[in-house]
Write a protein that binds this ligand. Structure first.
Ligand code: UFG
Length: 344
């Protein structure tokens, strides 16, 4: 058995998939989550997949006293993977203080307590949103950071800076910052997946909910971009592939393989896929005709972005393996499972 890893936001979409991969790799997983945008069902899902229920405590990372109690209770945590955050771009524009308070305070609390409780390693969930509209694609980690388009995006940038400053100040901490491109899909067992609160903001849950009849029609935001088919281009990365990168990152820090105390990696496939291509792939693999229409552009959308993942490929030894067809099928199977359970 390897050591204990704390996964904040571990009942959520990427967190639950990461908990599975950590358990499969032999780590003892402790999940904390305030369940504000997730349910404890995913904890049961992790058990159904791995045969082992992770430790779970309902807890908000903004609550410093509860965090202290947690660290006193679970001694010897080797690393933290910090997913817990508010993540709706549009909502962050409406409620900026909620986003700054929630997303910044939770990280500050963790960094504050880690040295006191001798926890040396933290993996932080960042986003390709820090690159804004790239000057060239694919984009690597040395590309300039652009002014954030939303308070949500700004919290990712500020949190990256907070981590760097704290480590530079000489505290006994190391960090790996992972910049995700667009995570999609679900676990192949359909035991865990993405469960958006209310109307989905992201493309894939909107596609699957339209196909199953929860939503009437998918709106495609713009077909007049400077791209081959006019729709936006993204680097859609399978969530299980993404989850596996976290295990490699934690291994790397625990095994002291890096010289740098802060390392940054892009997590993407390296391939750009357009919104229309993704919709067509969904139709092909499911045999379902999707009701969609082209509407105007969505404010703040990036025209095209895809990753240069060479740094993660070479230094982490991690590479995205799943193809877009299987990934879209996994998203559909998860949607069917939600219907079967009467959740949606
Ligand atoms: N899209 C539609 N219709 C929809 C939803 C999305 O056409 O109903 C389009 C968007 O316009 C965009 C693409 O699908 O072109 C992807 O949109 P998503 O909302 O799924 O993802 P984004 O790329 O906008 O945002 C994602 C994450 C953010 C993160 C950002 C970084 O959701 O958390 O990537 O670029 F900040």
């Amino acid at each position: 058995m390897k050591g204990k890893i704390l996964v904040t936001g571990g009942a959520g979409y990427i967190g639950s998939h990461t908990a599975v991969e950590l358990q499969n790799a032999g780590y003892e997983v402790i999940i904390i989550d305030d369940l504000s945008n997730s349910t404890a069902d995913s904890i049961d899902g992790i058990k159904r997949i791995t045969g082992k229920k992770p430790i779970f405590e309902k807890l908000d990372c903004n609550d410093l006293e509860s965090l202290k109690r947690l660290f006193k209770k679970y001694v010897g945590i080797q690393g933290i993977i910090h997913f817990a955050a508010s993540k709706a771009v549009g909502e962050s524009v409406q409620k900026p203080l909620l986003y700054y308070r929630n997303n910044l305070n939770s990280l500050i609390n963790l960094l504050d307590l880690m040295p006191k409780y001798k926890i040396p390693n933290i993996v932080f969930s960042s986003s390709c949103t820090v690159y804004g509209e790239p000057d060239t694609n694919p984009i690597d980690e040395s590309a300039p950071i652009k002014p954030a388009e939303s308070p949500y995006g700004n919290t990712k940038q500020i949190n990256e800076e907070i981590i760097t400053d704290v480590v530079r100040a000489g505290l006994p901490l190391k960090s790996i910052i992972l910049r995700y491109f667009n995570p999609i899909g679900a676990h192949p067992t359909a035991e865990i997946g993405e469960l958006p609160n209310g109307v989905p903001q992201n493309l894939v849950p909107y596609i699957t909910q339209t196909a199953i009849g929860v939503r009437e029609q998918l709106s495609i935001f713009g077909d007049d971009y400077n791209t081959p088919d006019g729709s936006c281009i993204r680097d859609f990365i399978n969530v299980v592939d993404l989850a596996k990168a976290h295990v490699v990152a934690i291994d790397r820090m625990i095994e002291n393989k890096s010289n740098d105390k802060v390392e940054i990696f892009n997590l993407g496939t390296g391939n750009g896929v357009s919104v229309l291509e993704l919709v067509k792939t969904f139709e092909k693999v499911t045999g379902k005709k999707l009701n969609y229409k082209i509407v105007g552009r969505r404010q703040g959308d990036i025209e095209k972005i895809w990753a240069d993942p060479v740094k993660a490929n070479t230094i982490l030894g991690w590479k995205a393996k799943e193809n877009i067809e299987d990934t879209m099928l996994s998203a559909w199977n998860w949607q069917l499972k939600l219907r079967e359970k009467g959740i949606m």
